[in-house]
Design a binder for this molecule. Structure first.
Ligand code: NAP
Length: 327
């Protein structure tokens, strides 16, 4: 089979090599799947660079998330039939940027029938992260104001849609007029182009000086620091990620005097420690997809050959929504 391999750490275009490899064999509790679509994720960027918390031994085939068709189940991997369309994470080193991949039988989920393969591949990271953060961690209520940074990006686009589905008023921050248009099309009520406007001033003005009740922050750095200037009384700032590369420090005295919470979100740990919670979340999100309230924003459907370029552009912050590779 064709598969991308990482043989050393570095930039995507430098370290990815397209190889001809044997189809992997599923071990106990694993599924061999034919990759129908593989999603690009920020952790792919970090893993290629060797800077992610998970460092698979070299060489490995990257690609952490996919929609696949079950081909064969290993021992103790019952309950799945050949032909089942499933989504979830890959088992590295046999990642999704290949024609075949391995998945963990205990954690795969049925692909939502309302979505095609490309839309289903990024579904879990996009929406499970958003649902867990907004509902379980922040307790977002209808009528509250939700501020989403990188609102036209991968997880941000999902948070905008989930915020609207929950009855919140959504303010989206995006870099540049094209991304601002994407955020507006996703349903954001107020959109801020961070290159042209100060989001703190706009949020204050849009909320009558009160500020945002919940902030969804996949960017870190100044996005976090300045969010503390426009967070409401009783507000919650969700720490989703640090796409800016800047991991900010929090001023605890400021959180105290303004009565806001800084809320950590690690979806992967939620998935590992609360499988029943994940199934409930997936059922609710599948219902929202069937009702047309959420639909993965797949901005680019690329071929397997385009993996290095796609991952490099994701790293540079120039993509919108989710990009997907179809072998
Ligand atoms: N906590 C969790 O469980 C969890 C789950 C999934 C993802 N994440 C994290 O969420 C973050 C976003 O992931 P994603 O895949 O959805 O990426 P993404 O949002 O599609 O891309 C990152 C976006 O961040 C913004 N950005 C601002 N400054 C940037 C900079 N200096 N360099 C690059 N981007 C910059 C850009 O949007 P604008 O130009 O529009 O501002 C860019 O498009 C990552 O850090 C990822 O690890 C965390």
């Amino acid at each position: 089979m064709k598969a991308w391999q990482v043989t050393s750490h570095g930039e995507p275009r430098d370290v990815l090599e397209l190889a001809e490899l044997p189809v992997p064999q599923p071990g106990p509790g694993q599924l061999l799947v034919k990759v129908r679509a593989a999603a690009a994720n920020f952790p792919d960027v970090l893993m290629l660079g060797g800077t992610y918390q998970v460092r698979p031994p070299l060489p490995f085939t990257p690609g952490v998330e996919l929609c696949g068709e079950v081909v064969e189940a290993g021992e103790e991997a019952g309950g799945h039939r050949p032909g089942d369309r499933v989504i979830g994470g890959s088992v590295l080193p046999h990642g999704a940027f290949a024609e075949y991949a391995l998945m963990d039988a205990g954690s795969v989920l049925p692909a939502p029938a309302a979505l095609d393969d490309a839309e289903a591949a990024p579904f879990q990271v996009t929406y499970h992260t958003g649902w867990y953060a907004l509902h379980r961690r922040a307790g977002l209520k209808a009528g509250e104001t939700l501020l989403v940074h990188a609102a036209a990006g991968g997880v941000g686009s999902g948070a905008v849609q989930l915020g609207k589905a929950a009855g919140a008023r959504v303010i989206g921050v995006a870099g540049g007029p094209d991304k601002a248009r994407v955020a507006r099309d996703l349903g954001a009520d107020v959109v801020i182009d961070r290159h042209a406007e100060d989001f703190v001033a706009v949020v204050k003005e849009a909320t009558g000086g009160r500020g945002a009740d919940v902030v969804y922050d996949p960017v870190g750095g100044d996005a976090f620091r300045r969010s503390t200037k426009c967070i409401a009384f009783d507000g919650r700032i969700l720490i989703i990620g640090f796409a800016s590369g800047d991991i900010p420090q929090a001023a605890m005295n400021h959180a105290l005097v303004k009565n806001y919470s800084i809320v950590g979100v690690h979806w992967g740990l939620f998935a590992r420690l609360d499988p029943a919670g994940v199934r409930d979340c997936h059922a609710e999100l599948t219902r929202l997809a069937a009702a047309g309230e959420i639909r993965t924003l797949v901005s680019e459907r690329l071929s397997l050959a385009e993996v290095p370029d796609g991952i490099a552009r994701l790293a540079a912050g120039t993509t919108t929504g989710r990009i997907v590779f179809i072998p």
